[in-house]
Design a protein around this ligand. Sequence first.
Ligand code: ADP
Ligand code: MG
Ligand code: MG
Length: 879
Amino acid sequence: MATAKKWVYTFYEGNAQMKELLGGKGANLAEMTNLGLPIPMGFTITTEACTDYYKSGRKISNEIQQQIFTSLRWLEKENGKKFGDNSDPLLVSVRSGARVSMPGMMDTILNLGLNDISVKGFAQKTNNPRFAYDSYRRFIQMFSDVVMEVPKSKFEKIIDEIKEQKGVKFDIDLDVNDMKKLIKRFKALYKEAIGEEFPQDPDTQLMEAVKAVFRSWDNPRAIVYRRMNDIPGDWGTAVNIQTMVFGNMGNTSGTGVAFTRNPATGAKGIYGEYLIDAQGEDVVAGVRTPQPISKLEEDMPGCYSEFINLAHKLETHYRDMQDMEFTIQEGKLYFLQTRNGKRTAEAAINIACDLVDEGMITPEEALLRIEAKSLDQLLHPTFDAEALKAGKVIGHALPASPGSAAGKVYFTAEDAKNAAAAGERVILVRLETSPEDIEGMHAAEGILTARGGMTSHAAVVARGMGTCCVSGCNDLKVKEEEKEFELNGTVYHEGDYISLDGSTGTIYEGDIPTVEAEISGNFGCIMRWADQFRKMKVRTNADTPADTENAVRLGAEGIGLCRTEHMFFEAERIPKFRRMILSDTVEQREAALAELLPYQREDFIGMYKALRGRPMTVRFLDPPLHEFLPKTEAEMRELADSMGLTYEKVKAHCEAMHEFNPMMGLRGCRLSVIYPEISRMQTRAVIEAAIAVKKEMNYDIVPEIMVPLTGERKELLFVKNIIVETAEQVMKEQGYFLNYQVGTMIEIPRAALTADDVAKEADFFSFGTNDLTQMTFGFSRDDAGKFLDSYYEQKIYEFDPFSKLDQTGVGLLMRMAVQKGRKENPMLHCGICGEHGGDPSSVAFCQELGLDYVSCSPFRVPIARLAAAQAAINLKNKK
Ligand code: ADP
Ligand code: MG
Ligand code: MG
C-alpha cells in the first residue's frame, strides 16, 4: 500500500533546510524548536498543499484537511488544552510563510478559536477580562480583514470613534467595557458587509483562515512584489498553525522585533524595538511609538539577558545577521520567528566583511550574501556637502532607510506613480504606508511618514527596495485630501520640492543637489574579492569620455557598446547630420560626412584616452534616420536655409522618409548598404583615432568595429568589405598599421539561427538583447507597457522580458548562436550589450552560456562584477 503524501509537518519534524517545502518561517520555527529555543508549539502545512489548492480549483482536498485536523489533535495534547473548548480554549495563530520572506504581502491571523462563549471562559480562566475581550476583538478584526476582505480602515474608524468618545489617545487606554462595545460593533460591521453572522465554529474559522492564506499568495500586491523580486508564481506559500502566546496581558507582557546587528549600517550589537502590553503587529503598524530594546533591560532584566543570549546563539548558528520576533507573556520569553535579516546594501557589505573577519564565513560565502542588485543603493549620489550646509532644515525624524533624495511632494501612491511615470522625481509623503502603497513607494525617490518606527512597514519595505525613507515624524501633519502637509508651522503643497536624508533622518526644504558616490573601504574589499572569483569580464555601454571615465572608476574593463549615433545629437552637430541625411547626391552626402568626421574622431580619441588601453567596441550608425529629422516648421526652415533648399523641398523629403514601422525599417547595417559612405566615414574616424592615441600614449589598441542588425552573412560581408577597404586605405595614408576586428550584433533572430554562417565573417558576436527580445516576442519595448500589465494579471508572462532576460525563448536563440558560432569559428569572442547585461539573473545565465563578457550601463558595472562572481561561484558549487 502506498503511504499517503505528507502535507503537514510538526515543528519537531522540520528543519532549516526544508524552506522549499515548509516556507522560510516554518523551516526556521522547526530549526529553533530543535535548537531548544522557547517556541510556542505548532505545525506547518506545506507549500505543496498550496500548489495543490490551486490545481484543484481553489479547494483543499479531504486528505489535506484530515491531516490538518490530526495535527490539531496532536497540538491539543501538547498543550493540554482543547481547540474550541468553552472554558479554557486552545488559541492559535495562522501565519503564512513562503520560501523567501515577502514582507507585508500575506497577513497573519491571531487568537483564532475564540467565539462569543469561549471568550467568557477565557476571561475567567486568565482572570483578565480586559485581555480576553481585547484578544477577541483583535481576532474579529483580523479575520474580517484577511479572510473576508472587510477593509481594515472601517474597523480603525470604529476604534477611533470609541477613543474619541472616551477622550483617550491610545488603544491601551480602553477598558473591558470598551472592548465589549468594539466587539459588538465589529460583529455588526461584519454582518453588514458579509450578510452573515461572524463565524462561531472554530473549525470553520481555521479552514477559512488557511484558505485565505493560500489565496493571499495570489493577491495583486503579492504578484507585484514577486515581479519586482524575481519570485516565480508556482512556489506557493506554506501555512503555520501555532499556539498563541500573549503579549497583551498587561505590564509584564509585550512584543517586539530585533536584529542581531543594525540592518541600516551593519554595526554590531542588538538593535530593535518593543512595546509593553501589545500584540502581534502593533510594533510595526505604528499604533504607538515603540521603545528601543535597550529599555527592556530596565523593564525586565531577566528576559533581556535571556533574549540576548538566545539571539547570539541564533546568529552563530545561522552564521548571519538575524531578524527576530519575540513575545513576552507574563515575564516568560518566547521566540516567534527568526530569519536572515533584510538589510541595506551598506549593512550587507559591512556585515559580510565583519563575518569574514570574525572567522564565521569565507570570502566566497561573503560574496553570496550580498544581493547584487542592492549595490545600486551605494552607487547613487549623496547630497553635495556645501549645498547641504546651506539647506534649510524643516524637521527631524527616524533615519529609516539611508540615501539622499530630493523631489516633488505627492500624497498618494497613485499620484506618486503617475508623477514618476511622467518623469518627475517624487517624494511620497504619507501618514503611514501600507502594502497597497507598494508601487508608489517603488516609484518614489524617497518616502516620508508621520507614524511608524524603524521597523514599520514603510521602513522595512523602503530598506528592501533601497529607497531613502524618513519615518515617524511626529510633528508632520499630513492632510492627504487637501494634498498638503504642515511641518513646524509651514504648509507644503503637492508639487513643492523637499529633500530627505535617510541616513540622518533630516528633512530639508527645496531641491538639494547631489554628488557622485565612491567605491572604498568594505565596498572596495568586496569588489576585489568579486574580481578574484569571477570568470566573465565586465564592460560598459558608454558614448562619451565622461561616461567612460565614470565607468572605468567603477571597474569597467572596456566598452562593450559605444553607440555612435548618440554623438550626433549635440546642437552643433545635428544640422550637419541632417544635411547628410537629406543629401540628394553621393557628393553632397560625402561633403556633409566630411564635416562630421572630425567630431567623431575627436570623440573616439577622448574615449580611447579615458580607456587607457582597455578595449572598445564601436557600433556603427543604427537607428532609423527619421529620428534625426527636423520636426517643427522652424527647424525645417533653418535647415532649408543652411542647405540652400526651399522649405517645401525639405518638408517633402522628410515626409518621403516616413516609415510605417521604423524599428523594422531602414536602420542598422541596412543604412550602410544604401549609403556605404556613412560606414566609410565611421571607419576612418575609428582608425584615425586609434592610430593617434596609440602614437601619443602608446596604448595597445585593437579597434573593434561592430555592425548592427545583421540578419544574413552576405549583408555583414558587404559592410565588412567597406570597413576593410577603408581601414587599409587609412593605415596606408598614415603609414601606421594596427590590428582591428570586425564583428556583429546578434539581435535579429535570423542571425542567431544562421550563426554558423554569420560567424564566418565575424571576429565577435555581441548579443543586443533589447532588439533580440523585441524581435523574438514581436512587440516593442516602447509599446509593451500598454498591455504587459494584463499579461501579468492573466499569468501569461510573469516578468518584463526587457528587464529580465527570457531564458526560454530569447535565451535559446543565444545558446544556439554561441554554439553554432564557436563551432565555425573557435576564436569567436562573445558578449552581451543589452540592458540585461546588468541584471543579476541574466548575468548568471550569460555565465552558463559561457560568454566572455557582459556589458552594462556605467552605474551597473559593480552590480555586474558581483553578479558575475556569484554566477561563477554558484556554477562551481553545483559541479
Ligand atoms: P509576517 O510574516 O507579516 O511578519 P507573522 O506571521 O510573523 O507575519 O505574524 C505577524 C505578527 O504576529 C508577528 O508580530 C508575530 O510575532 C505575531 N504572532 C504570530 N504568531 C503568534 C503567536 N502564536 N503568538 C503570538 N504572536 C504571534
Ligand atoms: Mg505581516
Ligand atoms: Mg513575522
